[in-house]
Ligand binder design. Structure first.
Ligand SMILES: [Zn+2]
Length: 76
């Protein structure tokens, strides 16, 4: 069992010793859990980014509506 500060760890499926930087096991080709965790984080980030973009779009639309309303007021 690798201790803290160790540069090796065990494969999650075949329990062979791997370097911590390995994304897949070199023996059984299994994807290591760190990558899955990173994927989860990236998905979370993507949803956050999408909601931010939608909020920006919404705000832009409402400001455009306000601008148009101001123009209508000026024309009257
Ligand atoms: Zn393995």
């Amino acid at each position: 069992m690798p201790g803290p500060g160790s540069t090796s760890r065990q494969c999650s499926s075949c329990c062979m010793s791997l370097n911590v930087a390995c994304k897949t096991c070199k023996f059984c080709k299994a994807v290591q859990p760190r990558k899955l965790r990173l994927n989860k984080r990236m998905e979370k980030f993507d949803t956050k980014a999408n909601t931010w973009v939608q909020a920006q779009k919404r705000n832009k639309t409402s400001s455009h509506l306000r601008d148009q309303a101001a123009l209508v007021k000026c024309n009257i």
